[in-house]
Design a protein. Sequence first.
Length: 247
Amino acid sequence: MASSSLTPEMKDKEYSNWSELPSELTTSIMQRLDAFEILENAQKVCMSWRQVSKDPSMWRKIVMRNVKDLGYDLEIMCRHAVDRSQGGLVDIEIWNFATDSLINYIADSSSNLRSLKLAKCSQVSDTGLIEALVKLPFLEELEVSYFSFLRESTKVVCESSPSLKTLKLNRVVADRRPGNKSDDDALAISQTMHGLHNLQLFGNTLTDAGLNAILDSCPNLEHLDLRQCFNVNIVGDLEKRCSERIK
């Protein structure tokens, strides 16, 4: 809930303690925090804040990052956050700590999930990701960034999520060496993801041929991010095609 939804009385009134805040204002505050901050701090402020933190609508979107080793079991915390959504989770973003077991728990608990973002999750395997994706028929956005992912699995991932509108497939540093060429990802996308609107292939090894295949097969594509794709040379006809299609 945005702050603009608060009444003038709420904005102007002074409160002597946190427990006196209206639930709408408490909700507005908590929606600016990530899941870890709510579970470890905000819900412990007082009973009224704890009650707000248990509202399933608070957990429609979950963001969790393991930026420091603080000794917490983030997988257990993430499962707890997913449970609080009571099946209403639509958007989740995890950095550094996801596992096959966790993402499949999310998929089993949240069949209406629309957006799944995984970054630097080295414990997630190709098999585990594919197993989770087939359980998410309404998924519209998928991000797989900065951890090893076999090119042979890209097509299976694409086939598992035919309704995707946004795909972010960002390779690790080792895949970005100049001269390392492969259109496997591009061809998998072109053969299966005809409804894409947004595509990010940061550090990919696709060539001009792969890009042309994507443009041929994805008529709704509007946004394209090919930073550090060293094998793509967008000039001439290819430049014209991109300028006409891409915003």
